[in-house]
Design a protein around this ligand. Sequence first.
Ligand code: GRF
Length: 218
Amino acid sequence: MSRKHVAVLISGRGSNMAALIEAAKDKNYPAEIVLVVSNRPDAGGLLVAQADGIATEVVDHLKFGKDRAAFERALQAALAKHRIDIVCLAGFMRLLTADFVNQWQNRLLNIHPALLPAFKGLDTHKRALEAGVKIHGATVHFVVAEMDSGPVIAQGAVSVRDDDTEAALSLRVLGVEHRIYPLALKLVAEGRVRVMDGRCLIDGVPVPDSAQLVPAAD
Ligand code: GRF
């Protein structure tokens, strides 16, 4: 089995990137993290990737001013150089244009710290607490041009506690993120995810156990 070549795009600390790198250390994992790209030269995740001997590139959006097309051409060049099959966004804080997204249709994944379609955008944990939801979590989805939309590949949930703080809740959700992202990438790399009518079918089934993590009795 040839392992898919994966690039992870980050802007910050890269804990989800690290979870993907860790999972891919297993030779039986169907994907290999061959490149980490950051749009910020100071992203902490770059050092983590380098320590694991993974190639890193910085494509600094500030150098391109308002020219998004030029920024994305530079991104594409880095991805092409490393013959990337699948791209994982992991805390990558730049919006990508429809042009870029369409070129990577069903090969571009993102992780969002909420149970989409609830709480798109930023400050998801704060907003979940304010809304008083009892279940919160994280979603891995294929990226489409519209932000935080696109077919859901995997989701994981946590219970929201009465005395939760934003920090405590975000930490528990992050733990879920680190489990579902490697799971979702595995499913995609194995070619087990098919998109039909805007929904992911996994092994031909709409809601397989392999794509969900439900709250433990905590
Ligand atoms: C994560 O919460 C992810 O869901 C969101 O940005 C955060 C990135 O964290 N998109 P890290 O850099 O992976 O630690």
